[in-house]
Design a protein around this ligand. Structure first.
Ligand SMILES: Nc1nc2c(ncn2[C@@H]2O[C@H](COP(=O)(O)OP(=O)(O)OP(=O)(O)O)[C@@H](O)[C@H]2O)c(=O)[nH]1
Ligand SMILES: [Mg+2]
Length: 501
């Protein structure tokens, strides 16, 4: 008997839907939107790094890419959205607000200092790099939010597709972030406004706890004298509690050390300079030397010229210098010895793991979910009268797709999204289910691996959601969401049943 071919992956089916739609459209905003949705499905997962001004976004992007390419500190490039994409022919494309594109070369492997047009006229910049990571994902660096200049804020919000300007559902509003890494400024106290603003950012995008994490950045500035990752852990936990349902994790990171460890900037000459710093071996002298940046630059007993001192400070800052000196005491000697230590002390591995393994690993589901969202929004587009019929005709095949069993994972993402926006309030236990299910690449891992335990846990999950969803106090929307999760548990139960036979 012939084995039926496996169903095409989710994104292929959505691409087909886009193609069919485009066939029935006349040129206009709807067609532009459909083409953009289709193009996005074919492109690698876009991971966007956003957050406050000078929160360390570009530094972290460089650590992720393993090269110091994103502009750090001042300069034109920090004021525009920069997308890093794979390309063998390395170049920078400056896309103007008028749609025109100018191509510039990289400046010795770095971003050019000038973009060739006033920053106000730049919509965004696309940097093509032959960088292996970009085979799987694109990384977007954004200008700081809550900024001095509202223009930046709007540029970033528009790019994320979260501007919230209702009614203007043109191609531009198609959300572009498939996953979000949001850098939070250092918060000793809960800053309710920042946190609320953060959740609001999600707006129309398809972001949820499944594909968004927060980073507590520059934590070395937080702790004086202790391990900043340990000092930041309780703060990160508290913020994670406050952002429960909005992001899946809050990770403390020393981005500067991560960049120095990853981005091929630290040399053997830097290692030798560190040996000179460690040669100051009296504990009190050391303490004086590393008290402030000025102390380090002017400390008499240190046999190192000023440019070398400035360079070490810019690579490591004071905490990094303390880590380096301690490592040298333990025998670290070569650049690679130090880099290993910086990598450890940066806390970056956990973050990279989420981005590269979890986000990129769920690329298919995230993209399909974003496309479903965008298509659903397109089906309600009102500013294109010539295409209204074709758009309305999209709703029925969309609905069919949504209830296809292959889309269980996407429906869970939908529930996670409703939770993150505050549209769905759940009792604790059910909230735990949603977060665990949204977090797991394979939902079955949530109910356990042994068939027996798994089957029982899946049955209990289905019963829990059924009871909640059928309560007469539920709104129609709550019941609909409850049904989605119940069905997810039921399909897991069924798989365990089949496996047990
Ligand atoms: N001490 C310390 N400094 C950092 C860290 N991360 C970044 N910096 C420094 O903070 C400054 C700003 O870093 P950027 O990476 O440019 O921050 P950004 O968020 O991209 O800034 P804008 O794009 O201008 O909003 C730079 O001088 C970095 O070297 C960190 O983890 N620790
Ligand atoms: Mg920046």
């Amino acid at each position: 008997m012939a084995v039926p071919p496996p169903p095409p992956p989710l994104s292929a089916r959505l691409r087909q839907l886009c193609d069919d739609l485009i066939d029935h459209l006349v040129p206009g905003p709807a067609m532009a939107m459909a083409e953009q949705i289709r193009a996005k499905l074919a492109a690698p997962l876009t991971i966007t790094v956003a957050g406050g001004v000078s929160s360390g976004k570009s530094t972290l992007v460089n650590a992720l890419l393993g090269q110091r390419i994103a502009a750090v500190d001042a300069g034109e490039c920090t004021r525009v959205v920069s997308e890093f994409r794979y390309g063998t022919h390395e170049r920078v494309e400056v896309v103007g607000v008028d749609g025109g594109v100018t191509t510039l070369p990289l400046n010795r492997g770095r971003m050019p200092d000038h973009l060739g047009m006033p920053v106000e006229r730049v919509r965004h910049v696309v940097v093509h790099l032959s960088n292996a990571l970009l085979n799987h994902i694109s990384v977007v660096d954004t200008p700081g939010l809550n900024t001095v200049t509202e223009v930046n804020e709007e540029a970033t919000a528009n790019f994320l597709g979260v501007s919230g300007r209702e009614g203007e559902q043109t191609a531009d509003a198609v959300s572009k972030a498939d996953a979000l890494v949001f850098l939070l400024p250092l918060l000793r106290q809960a800053d309710a406004a920042v946190l609320r603003g953060f959740a609001k950012l999600f707006g129309d995008s398809s972001l949820s706890a499944a594909n968004a994490i927060a980073v507590l950045s520059k934590v070395d500035r937080l702790a004086k004298g202790e391990d900043p990752l340990a000092a930041a852990a309780p703060i990160a936990d508290r913020i994670a509690g406050e952002l429960r349902g909005v992001v899946s994790a809050v990770l403390p990171v020393v981005g500067l050390l991560a960049e120095s460890a990853e981005a091929a900037v630290f040399t053997e000459a830097d290692a030798r300079a560190l040996a000179a710093v460690a040669a100051v071996d009296d504990p009190l002298d050391r303490e004086d030397m590393l008290l402030t940046a000025d102390d380090f630059l002017t400390f008499d007993l240190l046999d190192l010229d000023e440019p070398a001192r400035r360079r070490l400070l810019s690579l490591l800052d004071l905490y990094g210098l303390r880590v380096a000196v301690a490592a040298a005491d333990q025998g670290a000697h070569t650049a690679s010895d130090f880099l290993r230590v910086f990598g450890e002390a940066s806390g970056f591995r956990a973050l990279r793991d989420v981005i590269v393994r979890r986000f990129a690993g769920q690329s298919e589901a995230f993209k399909a979910h974003a496309a479903l969202n965008d298509l659903r929004r397109a089906s309600y587009l009102r500013n294109d009268p010539d295409n209204v019929r074709a758009l309305r005709a999209l709703r029925s095949p969309l609905e069919k797709l949504e209830f296809d069993p292959a889309f269980v994972r996407l429906r869970l993402l939908e529930v996670a999204q409703a939770v993150s926006r505050g549209d769905l309030r759940l009792p604790d236990e059910l909230m735990g289910d949603v977060l665990a299910l949204a977090d797991a690449g394979d939902p079955r891992s949530v109910v356990g691996s042994s068939a027996f335990a798994g089957r029982d846990a899946a049955a209990a999950g289905a019963a829990r959601w059924s009871a909640w969803g059928n309560d007469s106090r539920r709104s129609p929307n709550e019941s609909r969401m409850a049904r989605m999760v119940k069905e997810a548990f039921e399909s897991m139960w069924l798989e365990f049943e089949r496996g047990a036979r």
